[in-house]
Design a protein around this ligand. Structure first.
Ligand code: NAP
Ligand code: G4F
Length: 326
């Protein structure tokens, strides 16, 4: 029997993929979005009529309590966050309030309104930061390297604390980087595929990036949201690494992206130190063995398929924009 789900952060990349997945499974899907003076529903435009959108904010406790009372969800997916690592240095307090304390606000609202609601917390591989072992598992100690990473460590532990203190069904997904054509343009993968499309179609000549040697375990967002759902269907709550188990550098991502359209990265990529970070996470590689064994989860899309999919979608979008004169 399907249930009623509330997704915070429904306007984001993962919110869009998760909403589609839950609709396919027969859920009633509700999304929370913060008030904005401009429209932010672009990623969920195609399912807008099948979901219910409510205004609320992770910074506002009462809005969360009211939503839970009104919607009566069986599952809450807390995806909302200030999620861009560089912004966490320029706005560390906001990041702590949203990405860190926001988790407590959701947990408190659940505890107060209905402690039987199951909760998914969007924890992150950024918590491993300056990695203490490779590959990273659920047992690897954290060493966050940004205000974002520190806020996510807080969110992780407060989720476990509410699970242990109040017996809530609350699970952490420790998700490694996951991307898609819906990824924000400021993240490196989408910045590259958008840049490749614009260079191929003659709109720009150069793509300026930061650290090309950084390595990430990149997967496809559509695969990763399935792991979120599986965590809330398990018999017991828990904490799970969700990753592909394969690592690539930013340079390798560029190489494949440029070669997809018959271009060479050396002719177009420049380095701009403005994109270096005060403290870098040089390498991340996850071991998803627990998710595979206990949840039966495995990624479906390969790294090469992911890069190609993103380049092709950006080419189509930029071509459309050119035709429309944007
Ligand atoms: P995203 O595209 O940046 O989406 C973030 C969402 O949070 C947006 O809907 C945003 O709304 C919303 N939001 C921000 N501040 C809010 C507030 N104060 N109140 C309510 N909503 C707020 O992020 P994503 O890639 O989908 O990631 C989803 C979650 O997973 C995040 O918590 C992220 O930190 C975490 N995560 C992501 C990855 C990854 O590789 N993608 C990996 C590990 C963990 P607006 O549209 O109004 O900005
Ligand atoms: O794409 P990024 O900005 O993602 P980052 O910092 O790994 O964070 C993402 O993944 C986390 C999971 O580990 C999430 F929790 C988080 O919310 C977010 O989704 O940067 C990836 C790497 C970094 O090492 C960065 O230094 O790419 C390097 N990079 C090189 N040039 C660049 C650039 N990053 C960006 N954003 N822009 C560049 O020009």
């Amino acid at each position: 029997m399907s249930g009623t789900a509330l997704i915070t952060g429904i306007t984001g990349q993962d919110g869009a993929y998760l909403a589609k997945l839950l609709l396919d499974k027969g859920y009633q899907v509700h999304g929370m979005m913060r008030r904005s003076s401009t429209e932010t529903l672009e990623r969920i435009a195609d399912i807008r009529d099948e979901i219910t959108i409510h205004q609320g904010d992770l910074l506002d406790q009462l809005s969360l309590v009211r939503l839970l009372e009104q919607i009566e969800p069986t599952e809450v997916y807390n995806l909302a966050a200030q999620s861009f690592v560089p912004t966490s240095w320029s706005q560390p307090i906001l990041t702590a309030e949203t990405t860190g304390l926001g988790v407590t606000r959701v947990l408190e609202a659940i505890r107060q309104v209905n402690p039987n609601i199951k909760m998914y917390q969007a924890s992150s591989s950024e918590m491993f930061g300056k990695v203490q072992e490779t590959p990273q598992t659920e047992a690897t100690p954290f060493y966050p390297r940004s205000p974002y990473g520190v806020a996510k460590v807080y969110g992780y532990w407060i989720t476990i604390n509410y699970r242990e203190s109040y017996n809530l069904f609350a699970s952490n997904g420790i998700l490694f980087n996951h991307e898609s054509p819906l990824r924000g343009l400021e993240f490196v993968t989408r910045k590259i595929t958008d840049g490749v499309a614009r260079i191929k179609l003659g709109l720009q000549k150069e793509l300026l990036l930061g650290n090309l040697d950084a390595k990430r375990d990149w997967g496809f967002a559509g695969d990763f949201v399935n792991a979120m759902w599986l965590m809330l269907q398990a018999n017991e709550p828990g904490d799970f690494v969700v990753a592909t188990g394969e690592q690539h550098s930013v340079r390798e991502f560029c190489e494949i992206a440029f070669s997809t359209v018959g271009l060479n990265l050396d002719d177009h990529v420049g380095i701009d130190p403005r994109f270096y970070r005060p403290a870098e996470v040089e390498t991340l590689l996850g071991n998803p063995a627990k998710a595979k064994t206990e949840l039966g989860w495995e990624p479906q899309v390969t790294f090469e398929q992911l890069v190609t999919m993103m380049v092709e979608q950006d080419l189509k979008r930029v071509e459309r924009e050119i035709k429309l004169g944007n």
